[in-house]
Design a binder for this molecule. Structure first.
Ligand code: FES
Length: 104
C-alpha cells in the first residue's frame, strides 16, 4: 500500500492530514463527531487530548493558555491546533466535555 503521508485520527476517523490547517476544521470536513461551538478559540468546547503527535502541531497558542495554563501540548483546543504535516496526530475528546468556569 502506498504511503499516504501523515494522518489525523479521531476515534474511528482517520484522514490524510492537511499541513497548515487546524484539527477541528479537518475533522469536521471528514464528518467526525467532535464537539465545538465558536471555532475561534473562545468557548473551550473543542478541547482535545493529544494522544500522539504533539510535536506535529503548532505551539500552544497564547489564547489556549486561558484554558490550560500549564499544558505542554497534551491538551489543546482543536480549533487552534494547526497540523504541521510532519507526522501522525491522534486526538481524543471526552464524551462529556467539562466546561471551565474560569471567567474570560
Ligand atoms: S470551538 Fe470554541 S474554542 Fe474551539
Amino acid at each position: 500500500m502506498a504511503d499516504t503521508g501523515p494522518t489525523l485520527r479521531f476515534r474511528d476517523v482517520c484522514i490524510p492530514q492537511k499541513a497548515g490547517e487546524d484539527v477541528l476544521s479537518q475533522l469536521l470536513l471528514a464528518g467526525a463527531p467532535i464537539q465545538y461551538l465558536c471555532m475561534g478559540g473562545t468557548c473551550g468546547t473543542c478541547r482535545v487530548r493529544v494522544l500522539r503527535g504533539q510535536e506535529h502541531l503548532n505551539e500552544v497558542a497564547p489564547g489556549e493558555r486561558h484554558w490550560f495554563p500549564d499544558t505542554t501540548g497534551e491538551v489543546r483546543l482543536a480549533c487552534q491546533a494547526i497540523c504541521k504535516g510532519t507526522g501522525d496526530v491522534v486526538v481524543e475528546q471526552s464524551l462529556k466535555p467539562t466546561r471551565q468556569s474560569k471567567a474570560v
